[in-house]
Design a protein around this ligand. Structure first.
Ligand code: SF4
Length: 723
């Protein structure tokens, strides 16, 4: 038997795994005891990874060969790789020449490796000259990105996992961490056991498993986070719990914020958020780390952990910046145990952000709107320019396709016909698009019926490259077995199409690069080396690393030339990545959710993850063991509301929003509050029937945060009726 060290392909905790394999088969998996993200632990999903890669599943569930349709509505038929790659290059070149570069789009995934991302990003922005390259990370972390940039100057989580054991107060908001980031939650449980004085505050409209063990749970009304944050700051200022000297020395914008929160009292927050006034005050005191009225003079550290409850909102960026405000007001950042730490939903959303693999970002945390940054990227890539016009973010990209503006779409490693909001619109977009390429590891997804061309991709246990987890730690991903059939690596497919496009399109190469391919990448390491060079001098500089160093151990960025170890936490010196080195307070006015409940749609619908499932269940849904935890979808509603509707657990209901409806069993649950309903995100049209059904996203809305472009997947107004 052989062993190969790699990482888990599910959540952003980024656990290390040891893959056991023999004669080309994966036979087992266990946690890597030497990986600093998990020290040998795995959750139910990670510990069953080997069962998702059995010979039978590799044979039956995976896509083995390129497949093409003769026309829309025609069956898929096998096609050779060369013909498939030529077809992509021909159709993209024709579309671009007829309609311009912004008539094509790339929709990628936070599950791609950093090397995959780099090649796709360079292909779109460098070779084709369009910024229409976005990813499902837009649905996941883009509000956190915008929040970090607005407040601290760069998309860089300042804290690290070690801080869980060093914090005196842990403030979890918008995250059911016990289910969505289980191994990290186990570390938190260990820290609480070792430190009985630690306080755990959980802010969540639902009484989740995470909330159930909190010292203080604030079950706020969906969308009322900004009011809560402002009211907590109001308490800190009223009780003198803030750090006036630190604010004066290290920040800007405090006066406007102080004016903003003057009237947002705990009494006001109690009314808006629907929680007791005393709990708002208590949360503020624990967060500040000082006893009220200055009884204690030594500030105790506070760590905040947050995820989609903040991000998936039409005011997602405001929710992020106003949470960071609380850290800045108390100097709770850059110190052991203190700081904001966003929990990344996907395994490599961070890596994608690092290479700038989104429509509004540039490589290595450069700004698309900055001409000097665009020129730097163009020079490093060897192209004449990078376009200044921002590309379409995820929701906009599909809206543009529905309008006929984007005509050719390349989708890789994601399933938009289930995961994007407002599925009726998404499906109309996919139907209208003239050419849809789907690069996928799995044979059947909700998006497959809309694809003109399917390209089989390698997957976990087969791929090689690198990923970055929530605490900025870069780990190597390694192959244990060959991909099934003719499946190829994502970076290689993108490279091979790019080289064909170089021969078909007028050159955008600079004179120094004339006559040679810009995509001369023989290995993942060669791609990573180009990415590494892009980071030189930037906040995420990794020029001190080489592939061999990453092979030895995972490293947290930054790690500039001359250093061999990374940095556990950022901003310890109080210097931020803004032009004046100061952090910036934001003072947004609280805004209501994009859609309000009314007599026709009286319930607030939220969605979220289950403990044992991952995204659209392509992998986890193949295991009965994982399905046993929650075998079927159910709409959770408070018992009082069910009584009022004359319904009981198990009854089928039709749940409808302004965009669509679906039929699902209802379940009495103490988790949602009154007039709230909750449905897991994992099931799609094959289980949940309904008009244009993409599961819960048949109901959700496309309203986005104006700063981040992230849609409000966490709130829609719905009606519940007997089916
Ligand atoms: Fe994988 Fe996340 Fe579970 Fe770790 S916590 S084993 S990364 S799913």
């Amino acid at each position: 038997m052989s062993e190969t060290r790699s990482t888990c392909p599910y959540c952003g905790v980024g656990c290390g795994v040891v893959i056991e394999h023999e004669a080309g088969r994966i036979t087992g998996v266990r946690g890597d005891p030497d990986h600093p993200a998990n020290f040998g632990r795995l959750c139910t999903k990670g510990s069953t990874l080997h069962l998702t890669a059995t010979p039978v599943l590799l044979q039956t569930a995976r896509l083995h060969r390129p497949m093409a349709r003769a026309g829309r509505g025609q069956p898929l038929a096998p096609i050779g790789w060369d013909a498939a790659l030529d077809q992509v290059a021909d159709r993209f070149a024709q579309t671009l020449q007829a309609h311009g570069p912004d008539a094509v789009g790339f929709y990628l995934s936070g599950q791609l490796l950093t090397e995959d991302y780099h090649v796709f990003n360079k292909l779109a922005k460098g070779l084709l000259g369009t910024n229409n390259v976005d990813t499902n990370s837009r649905l996941c972390m883009s509000s956190a990105v915008a929040g970090y940039k607005a407040s601290l100057g760069a998309d860089a989580p300042p804290a690290c996992y070690e801080d869980l054991a060093l914090a005196r107060t842990v403030f979890i908001t918008g995250s059911n961490m016990a289910w969505a980031h289980p191994v990290l939650f186990r570390r938190l449980e260990d820290a609480r056991a070792a430190n009985p004085d630690m306080k755990l505050v959980v802010v969540d409209p639902r009484r989740t498993e995470t909330a159930a063990v909190a010292d203080l749970h604030l079950p706020i009304q969906p969308g009322s986070d900004v009011t809560l944050h402002h009211a907590m700051l109001h308490v800190m200022l009223a009780e003198g719990l803030h750090d006036a000297a630190w604010i004066a020395a290290r920040t800007t914008g405090f006066d406007a914020l102080r004016d903003r929160v003057r009237d947002i009292t705990p009494t006001h927050a109690a009314r808006v958020c629907g929680v007791p006034e005393a709990d708002v005050v208590q949360a503020a005191r624990w967060f500040a780390g000082l006893d009220a009225a200055g009884v204690s003079t030594r500030r105790q550290p506070t760590l905040s952990l947050y995820c989609q409850g903040l991000n998936q909102s039409s005011s997602g960026t405001d929710k992020n910046t106003t949470l960071i405000n609380l850290h800045l007001a108390c100097g709770q950042i850059g110190q052991p145990g203190a700081g904001p730490l966003s929990l990344t939903g996907q395994p490599n959303a961070m890596g994608g952000r690092e290479v700038g693999g989104m429509a509004t970002l540039l490589s290595a945390h450069r700004d698309l709107g900055n001409a000097a940054h665009r020129a730097e990227v163009a020079r490093l890539w060897g192209v004449t320019d990078v376009p200044a016009k921002p590309g379409k973010a995820a929701v906009q990209m599909f809206e543009a396709a529905a309008e006929g503006e984007i005509r050719a779409l390349w989708i890789a490693c994601t399933n938009p016909a289930q995961s994007l909001p407002d599925q009726t619109l998404v499906r109309r977009a996919l139907e209208r698009c003239e050419f849809v390429v789907l690069q996928e590891a799995y044979r059947h997804t909700a998006t497959t019926p809309y694809a003109d061309l399917l390209l089989p991709a390698s997957s976990w246990g087969e791929k090689e490259g690198s990923v970055t987890n929530s605490e900025r730690r870069i780990s190597r991903v390694r192959p244990a077995i060959a991909a099934p059939g003719e499946a190829r690596h994502d970076w290689r497919i993108a490279r091979d199409v790019a080289q064909r496009l170089e021969a078909r399109l007028p050159s955008r190469r600079t004179p120094e690069h004339a006559g040679r391919s810009l995509f001369d990448f023989p290995t993942p390491e060669s791609v990573w080396l180009e990415h590494r060079e892009m980071t030189r001098g930037r906040d995420l500089d990794i020029t001190g690393l080489d592939w061999a160093a990453l092979d030895r151990a995972p490293v947290q960025w930054p790690c500039p030339e001359g250093q061999s170890t990374g940095k556990a936490r950022l901003y310890a010196d109080g210097q931020f990545v803004t032009p004046d080195g100061r952090a910036r307070f934001s003072a947004p006015a609280p805004r209501a959710t994009a859609e309000s409940q009314d007599a026709d749609f009286p319930f607030a619908l939220t969605s979220g993850r289950l403990r044992d499932q991952w995204h659209g269940m392509s992998r986890t849904g193949t295991l009965g063991r994982l399905l046993a935890h929650t075998p079927e979808p159910a709409l959770q509603v408070a018992p009082r509301d069910l009584d009022r509707l004359g319904l009981a657990s198990g009854h089928l209901v039709r749940v409808s929003s302004r965009r669509g409806s679906l039929v699902v069993p209802v379940q009495a649950s103490d988790e949602p509050g009154d007039a709230q309903a909750h449905l897991a995100m994992h099931w799609g049209s094959e289980v949940l029937g309904g008009a244009g059904s993409g599961g819960v996203n048949t109901l959700t809305q496309p309203a986005c945060c104006p700063a981040s472009g992230q849609p409000e997947l966490k709130h829609s107004a719905v009606r519940i009726e007997p089916a």
